[in-house]
Design a protein around this ligand. Structure first.
Ligand SMILES: C[S@@+](CC[C@H](N)C(=O)[O-])C[C@H]1O[C@@H](n2cnc3c(N)ncnc32)[C@H](O)[C@@H]1O
Length: 370
């Protein structure tokens, strides 16, 4: 480790100690365009943002909540994930670099997709394996892992996940569809990412009422007035004659393909300038589906901190890590701004602890400038 702070003498990241005082346009990974930051957006981070470890509080912190801080860790998250206490997390979402070997650039920020990347899906799986193994260990018995991928590696990672978690723990394949991204003259536009969902065990938690969406009009079902005067969608099974009724205003649990969450556009207030930032609405659905307030989620590839921001707003605890100082600096700005707003609204989130586990190797630093 180079110049590490907040590191135990045995070399393990001290993530539990108090913080010391001290191919652009590719589907799903759109390069953020240049231009001025929209009102309310966090300023674009400088490439060499320094991250000061320590504790940020948003309300009147007490000793009672001292063990329940939310965590940001700067460093290689493979070590962070491996050192995380077993069976302590309710959900983990990861959006790893897809292994294109390119430098991904956003508005004022960049990270190298993977230093050793070749376009080899087997090598990508081998690289990702430590996070998959560690995630399984860190999840509670009812917890879930979500791995966000695209066409490049999803099929290879699915097989690896079947082996690590077991096929019986495959909970679903979520297809996130969007409109932006490249077009091709040689085939259909690649306009979706895939999020693989596995339970730690076969008894994973799922809270359908937390993710209901409005029922679509114009479906094959007729709309009638129910006994209580509310509109009801109704259909009759031709074979059995059984009648199914669905109150329109109760909404429905979404299918496993999502067309109602668009990628962030140029003027979105939540844009931070971090490349391949995911929309909060996407993470809202993922987190709400499998956790309740007070549960704890993790993201080992934090980027701009989308998972953390959603977790903080929904009252879930979190730990997120990234090896780029500029990413953690972006997370700090985003979570501090939101934390203050929540505190002002009378719902201060837990304190935020920032830990520097390890500095980046120098060769990566050079790539970042490149
Ligand atoms: C696709 S981005 C994540 C974007 C994020 N989901 C968001 O909404 O902003 C992948 C992130 O993984 C980080 N990363 C890559 N290798 C890492 C490693 N070994 N340890 C920690 N972070 C890493 C990169 O710095 C980058 O920020």
């Amino acid at each position: 480790m180079v110049g590490s702070r907040g590191v135990r003498s045995n070399g393990q990241p001290d993530m539990f100690g108090r913080g010391s005082p001290d191919d652009p346009g590719a589907p799903g990974q759109p390069a953020a365009p240049g231009g001025a930051a929209p009102a309310g957006a966090a300023a674009a981070p400088a490439a060499d943002d320094e991250v000061a470890p320590g504790r940020r509080t948003f309300g009147a912190a007490t000793d009672d909540d001292a063990g329940a801080d939310d965590r940001l860790v700067l460093g290689d998250s493979a070590a962070v994930a491996a050192a995380w206490p077993p069976a302590s997390l309710d959900a983990i979402y990861v959006d790893p670099p897809f292994g294109t070997g390119t430098v991904r650039r956003g508005r004022g920020a960049a990270y190298r997709d993977r230093p050793d990347a070749t376009d080899d899906p087997d090598a990508f799986v081998a690289w990702l394996m430590p996070w998959l193994d560690a995630s399984r260990q860190a999840l509670r018995a009812t917890g879930s892992l979500f791995v966000h991928l695209d066409w490049r590696a999803v099929h290879y990672v699915k097989v690896a996940l079947d082996r690590v978690f077991g096929r019986g723990c495959f909970a679903g394949e979520l297809v996130w569809c969007y409109a932006v991204g490249g077009k091709s003259r040689r085939g259909f536009g690649r306009k979706h990412d895939t999020i693989l969902w596995y339970g730690r065990g076969a008894d994973w938690a799922f809270y359908p009422d937390q993710v209901r969406v409005p029922r679509r009009g114009g479906s094959h079902m007729r709309v009638v007035t129910g006994d209580d005067g509310r509109p009801v969608q109704e259909k009759t099974d031709r074979k059995t004659g059984r009648v199914y009724r669905y109150p329109v205003d109760a909404g429905k649990v979404p299918e496993d393909w999502w067309t109602d969450v668009e990628t962030l556009n140029h003027s979105d207030a939540e844009r931070t300038g971090w490349p391949s930032q995911k929309p909060e609405r996407l993470l809202e659905r993922v987190i709400a589906a499998v956790t309740r307030p007070g549960d704890r989620v993790a993201d080992w590839f934090a980027g701009s901190g989308t998972t953390a921001a959603v977790a903080q707003r929904l009252g879930r605890g979190f730990v997120v890590a990234d090896r780029e100082p500029a990413a953690i600096a972006t997370c700090v700005r985003r979570l501090t701004a939101q934390g203050r707003a929540l505190a002002a609204a009378g719902a201060p989130p837990p304190a935020l602890d920032v830990t520097v586990a390890a500095a980046r190797p120098d060769d990566d630093r050079a790539a970042r400038r490149g």
